[in-house]
Design a protein around this ligand. Structure first.
Ligand code: WT7
Length: 646
């Protein structure tokens, strides 16, 4: 495997960037030549942002798993595709070679077919971070079933909503998952999600934790039995592998739910060819991957980062991807550094929130750890503050490893703005330059490109992208209009990211955070409306308003202002606990408010709209800049809220 499209110098970056903008069809056709196609495309790109309609490599036929597995077998069959580090450091490491991966994915494909799964069917995957999760994802892709991975921290209610929205008929799960010193009872959560459900036909359960579970006869099956049977069948037919389904370039590959500014998460849809090319291209370029390097992305496959940079990007590049089941601070805060030393990790890709939390333990956990294998460090998920950037650079990279700050989104499939490790310049807390094919633009509220610099010489605006790159989302599942209004209707002919950004004199971008009602808590995306809906499910709550506030480790914390019915309220502590439990039950523990303030009223305009700007200022402790409150329906509520601030 070689990567002729890997950018090796700043000059080459500028050259490729210019070519990608001047002639995107030619540029991406050249990149796409490096993949395995069953049939080449008829046209490279058809698009308009009005409908929106985006088609890349239209007419082409392929299967992404042949690109991620089969094509590497001859040269690298015995090389590790996945190295798995278990939650408990004393447990056995598993090394999955490309040959073994090929066999397991074939078995999963056969197992799915045996259980009635067809091309286009939706399969919900709710598992911990074990190699079987990767097999499940790729097994779906092998037969053209659409996977929808749900992060193991989501509640039964969240799963039920997603199953319904996706019209899923099949689930793959585990008895439980290990997370630090906790066991998450995944199958029990699935059972709760399936109360009253009539559409799920089969639930396949892998044994990981030996947590006691119940199995519903006729519906629930053991992964181990099904996989053994599949193996027997493949052998009996004399097949060494399960033939990969021929997919259209624009057939959906997966759905991944993500939060927006409304109460209901949307199912972002990515398709086969464009997503494959984009994750591979960005993986090889941002991290400057060299064959043989060990790439350790600490994300969970339940999020887009894991899809793109644990599974599809690395495997399509024939890389070795390290998959970690545990958490950064268990059994102690040396966990990441032990893994780096043990597996001689070359590329470490993690989130600012993890860096900040590890910073809090000081330098002791680093003592005696050999981090000399590291070549490249990466961050993703939220803005990284300069202090954390320098700590990462100095103490982990020892000043020798380029740090790439990769900005992107679930909707973008892969990285859009980043420096390329050691190739283009880094600037602490700046994502810097766009990838080839990405045309960012900063606009004001009216959609006009900003061109007036502020006092520090920077342009400031809402971040949009002018034209499609291969990894852009194609639709939101079952509701194309929602895709249009969410991303393509705010500004005409632009994809709107929901982020605000700055641009300096070098053309570098710094992403400052969301400008919509979306929070980023420890790199997890949560809609304020979603949290409000969950809080309002508590029978004692009259109304609530949720905003973000700066949090030292999480980046943003969740601040809830809640009006409670007098007679339901025994004491603050108990009601608070009840509300937290309600949010955990409706969404999951990741959405629990950090602060809950009980208030008598919320600041509203005369037309009844909640003035979140004021609440945000109060939560951020910027009491001197509350602005004009005289137009409020009842200005006195502001004093009451400020008086009771937590
Ligand atoms: C939002 C997307 C991208 C995979 C993980 C999160 C924020 C992401 C950065 C960065 C500043 C960042 C943005 C974006 N974000 N990366 N390097 N610098 N902000 O995916 O859940 O879809 O969230 O995360 O606000 O819109 P996601």
């Amino acid at each position: 495997m070689s990567y002729p499209y890997q950018i090796k110098s700043l000059e080459a970056y500028h050259k490729d960037y210019n070519e990608s903008v001047e002639n995107p069809e030619k540029f991406w056709a050249n990149v796409a030549e490096n993949f395995l196609w069953k049939k080449k495309w008829d046209s490279v790109l058809n698009w308009n942002f009005k409908d929106p309609k985006v088609e890349w490599f239209s007419g082409a036929k392929l299967n992404i798993t042949e690109n991620c597995i089969d094509r590497h077998l001859e040269s690298s069959g015995d090389k590790p595709a996945i190295i798995w580090e278990p939650n408990n450091p004393e447990d056995r490491v598993r090394v999955v070679t490309y040959n073994i991966l090929h066999k397991r994915v074939s078995q999963v494909a056969q197992m799915l077919i045996n259980n009635g799964v067809k091309k286009g069917d939706r399969v919900c995957i709710y598992m911990g971070m074990i190699p079987e999760l990767a097999y499940a994802v790729l097994g779906c892709a092998r037969i053209g079933a659409i996977h929808s991975v749900v992060f193991g921290g989501f509640s039964a209610q969240s799963i039920a909503d997603r199953l319904y929205d996706a019209g899923a008929e099949f689930i793959i799960t585990c008895d439980g998952a290990y997370r630090g010193d906790k066991v998450i009872p995944l199958k029990n959560v699935i059972d709760d999600a399936l109360i009253g459900n009539r559409s799920i036909k089969k639930v396949i359960v892998y044994t990981r934790t030996r947590t006691p579970i119940s199995m519903l006869k006729g519906r629930d099956l053991w992964w181990e039995d099904e996989m053994e049977h599949a193996e027997y069948q493949l052998e009996k037919q004399g097949k060494i592998h399960f033939p990969a389904e021929e997919m259209d370039a624009e057939d959906p590959l997966f759905i991944l739910y993500t939060s927006g500014s409304t109460g209901k998460p949307k199912g972002v849809v990515h398709t086969c060819a464009g997503y494959m090319v984009w994750t591979n291209y960005t993986f090889v370029n941002a991290f400057q991957y060299q064959l043989g390097d060990i790439h350790f992305c600490t994300a969970d496959i339940g999020w887009i980062t894991g899809h793109s940079y644990i599974v599809y990007g690395p495997l399509s590049a024939g890389a070795t991807s390290l998959m970690f089941e545990g958490v950064p601070t268990w059994p102690n805060a040396s966990r990441f550094w032990d893994i780096v030393e043990k597996h001689k990790v070359n590329i470490l890709y993690t989130a600012p929130t993890a860096i900040r939390s590890l910073m809090g333990f000081g330098l002791d956990p680093l003592k005696g750890k050999d981090l000399s294998s590291l070549k490249v460090l990466g961050t993703v998920g939220e803005p990284i503050n300069e202090e954390a950037w320098h700590w990462y650079d100095q103490n982990i990279g020892k000043g020798n490893c380029p740090v790439v700050d990769t900005w992107w989104q679930t909707e973008t499939g892969g990285v859009l703005i980043t420096n390329l490790a050691g190739v283009t310049p880094a600037k602490p807390s700046w994502a810097t330059l766009p990838m080839p094919g990405v045309q960012p633009v900063l606009v004001d509220e009216n959609g006009n490109e900003v061109n007036v610099k502020d006092e520090s010489g920077l342009l400031k605006g809402n971040l949009c992208i002018k034209a499609p790159w291969p990894g852009i989302l194609r639709t939101t599942y079952g509701d194309h209009e929602r895709c249009r209004t969410n991303y393509f209707a705010t500004y005409e002919n632009l994809y709107f990211t929901g982020d605000g950004a700055l641009k300096d004199e070098n053309g570098y971008y710094r992403i400052t955070g969301r400008v919509d009602d979306v929070l980023n808590v420890s790199g997890h995306r949560i809609g304020t409306a979603e949290v409000e809906n969950a809080i309002n499910m508590h029978s004692g709550v009259v109304e609530s308003a949720v905003v973000g506030y700066p949090h030292d480790i999480k980046g943003q914390g969740i601040y809830a202002f809640v009006i409670i019915m007098g007679h339901m309220h025994v004491n603050d502590a108990e009601t608070r606990l009840d509300i937290l439990q309600t949010v955990t039950r409706i969404i999951g523990a990741i959405a629990k408010p950090d602060k809950i303030q009980f208030v008598k009223g919320l600041p509203k305009t005369r037309s009844g709209k909640i003035m979140r700007r004021i609440l945000r200022k109060i939560a951020e402790n910027e009491l001197s800049s509350l602005g004009d409150t005289s137009t409020l329906l009842d200005p006195t509520v502001v004093d009451e809220i400020v008086g009771g601030k937590l």
